[in-house]
Design a protein around this ligand. Structure first.
Ligand code: ATP
Length: 296
C-alpha cells in the first residue's frame, strides 16, 4: 500500500504556437505544481488475472471506471511492464474538475509513480514520462512536478527551479470548460494556426523572475492565450480575477483552458482574506503555495 500526492498545476505562461496535421496543438507553457492536491492510495497484488478497482471520495461526478485517467494509467503500466494482478485505487478528490488544473492528469501521474515504486521501479523516469504522454499531454509534467518549460504537445520538458515560495489562491466558479472546445475556439480565432508564431523569450525571462521571487516584475509577463476566448463563455473568470486583485494579489490570471483563476500574494493574511471573500460569493477557493519537484 502506498499513498501519492497528485498536485494540481497552473500555467504561468501558455501560448499556442501552431497546429499539427493530426489536430494536436504545439504549445509553449510555463507550468508549476501547487500544494492543492488529490490523495491517491494504491495497492498492487500480483495475480494471474488483472483486475483494477477504483473508488473515490470528495467529488461524486468523477468517473470511477475505465473513463478515469487514473484507471487507464494502471492498465497501461501493467501492460508496459508485462505484469498482471489486482490493483486497488482510492482517490480523495480535492482538485476542481474540468478547471484547467490538470486534476485527471495529476491522478494518472500519481498512479504511474506509485505503481512503479510498489513494483521496485522497473521503469526509468524517462520511460514513465513517455508512458504518461500516451494518456494525456499534461501527464509527463505531472509525473515530475515543480516548474518546467513545456513545449511540443506537452511531451518536451525543460525542468527549471520552482518559483519562490509564496501564498497563492486558486478559485473557480460556474461550469467547467472543455479543453477541446477551447482549442476549437482558438482555431477559429487564429485561422487554424496556419502560420506558426515566432519564438518568444518571455517564458525564460518570466521563469527567472519567478524563481527570484520578483513577482511584481513578473506580473506583466504572465500570459494565457485562452483568456481571449474562455471568459466570453464563462463570465465568472473576470470577476474572480478582479476580486483577487482587490484583495491585494500581486498578479492574477486564468490557468490552462480555465475557468480556474490563480492569484499570487505578498502575504498569507491577504491570501486568506481573498479566499474567505471568494468563498462567500459561492466560489470554490483554496489557499496554497508552489511545490518543488517530486522526489522520484
Ligand atoms: P484537461 O485540460 O486535461 O481537460 P482539466 O484540469 O481541465 O484538464 P480534469 O479535472 O483533468 O480537467 O478533468 C477533465 C475531465 O476528465 C473531467 O470532466 C472528467 O470527466 C474526466 N476525468 C477522467 N479521470 C479523471 C480524474 N482522475 N480526475 C478528474 N477528472 C477526470
Amino acid at each position: 500500500m502506498r499513498m501519492e500526492k497528485a498536485n494540481a498545476k497552473i500555467n504561468l505562461y501558455l501560448d499556442v504556437v501552431s497546429r499539427r496535421e493530426n489536430g494536436y496543438h504545439n504549445i509553449v507553457s510555463l507550468m508549476q505544481t501547487l500544494s492543492l492536491c488529490d490523495l491517491v492510495t494504491l495497492d498492487y497484488r500480483p495475480a494471474e488475472h488483472t483486475e483494477i478497482r477504483l473508488s473515490a471520495s470528495g467529488n461524486t461526478d468523477m468517473p470511477t471506471d475505465r473513463k478515469n485517467l487514473a484507471w487507464r494509467a494502471a492498465e497501461l503500466f501493467l501492460a508496459e511492464t508485462g505484469k498482471t494482478g489486482e490493483v486497488d485505487l482510492f482517490i480523495e478528490k480535492h482538485i476542481p474538475m474540468a478547471a484547467g488544473l490538470a486534476g485527471g492528469s495529476a491522478d494518472a501521474a500519481a498512479v504511474l509513480r506509485g505503481l512503479n515504486a510498489l513494483c521496485g521501479a522497473p521503469l526509468s523516469l524517462e520511460r514513465l514520462c513517455a508512458l504518461g504522454a500516451r494518456l494525456g499531454a499534461d501527464v509527463p509534467f505531472c509525473i515530475v512536478g515543480g516548474m518546467a518549460l513545456v513545449t511540443g504537445i506537452g511531451e518536451q520538458l525543460e525542468y527549471l527551479p520552482s518559483m519562490q515560495d509564496c501564498p497563492m489562491v486558486v478559485a473557480c466558479q460556474g461550469e467547467g470548460v472543455s479543453t477541446v472546445w477551447a482549442y476549437g475556439r482558438l482555431d477559429e480565432a487564429y485561422g487554424g494556426f496556419s502560420s506558426p508564431k515566432a519564438e518568444s523569450d518571455v517564458p525564460t525571462r518570466l521563469s527567472a523572475l519567478l524563481t527570484k521571487g520578483d513577482f511584481a516584475s513578473s506580473k506583466g509577463l504572465l500570459f494565457n492565450l485562452f483568456e481571449e476566448v474562455v471568459p466570453e463563455v464563462q463570465p465568472c473568470v473576470e470577476p474572480l480575477k478582479a476580486a483577487m486583485l482587490a484583495h491585494g494579489a500581486i498578479a492574477s490570471m486564468m490557468s490552462g483552458s480555465g475557468p480556474s483563476v490563480f492569484g499570487i500574494f505578498g502575504s498569507l493574511s491577504d491570501a486568506e482574506a481573498a479566499c474567505a471573500s471568494l468563498k462567500n460569493t459561492g466560489a470554490a477557493a483554496f489557499v496554497c503555495h508552489p511545490c518543488e519537484k517530486y522526489e522520484n
